[in-house]
Design a protein. Sequence first.
Length: 152
Amino acid sequence: MKDKLGICPHCGSDACYETEVMNGFTTYQCYGCGFTTTNMMKEGTQFYEEQIRVLPELHKDLSFTDSEDKVWIPTTVNLPSKGMVFAEGTSTESWKWSAVKAVPVTEEEKSKYPIPGSNGKYYEWRMDMTTLERFEQGDFMEGLDYIEMFEA
């Protein structure tokens, strides 16, 4: 795998992380604006059609196409033991980054959090919606900081 930083075509940040996951498949994640894509996420491709079919309407509305025809969408970061950062809102004019922290699942509540397809096994962490914090559109990194993504 090869990794490198580049310039984001959406926000101009130099914190756009490019990762070659496998031969011919590259992901792009901008930590400046919080948008993501792959080299296969292009309108008209089967990959794009499969992805767009399951995306929330807000993600579809916020998507943009760069000069290489890659379609970028807001990312969702879900770190089971830390928390989650996601785009939330009602329109392209009225949305923010939202972040919630993860908390351990207690013994008393574990029956509420079964792992699908794993009989008798339960999740160890859950997202605590009482910790919800909202961040402005340009503050994706602050959301990541809030869930302590960069701490060991």
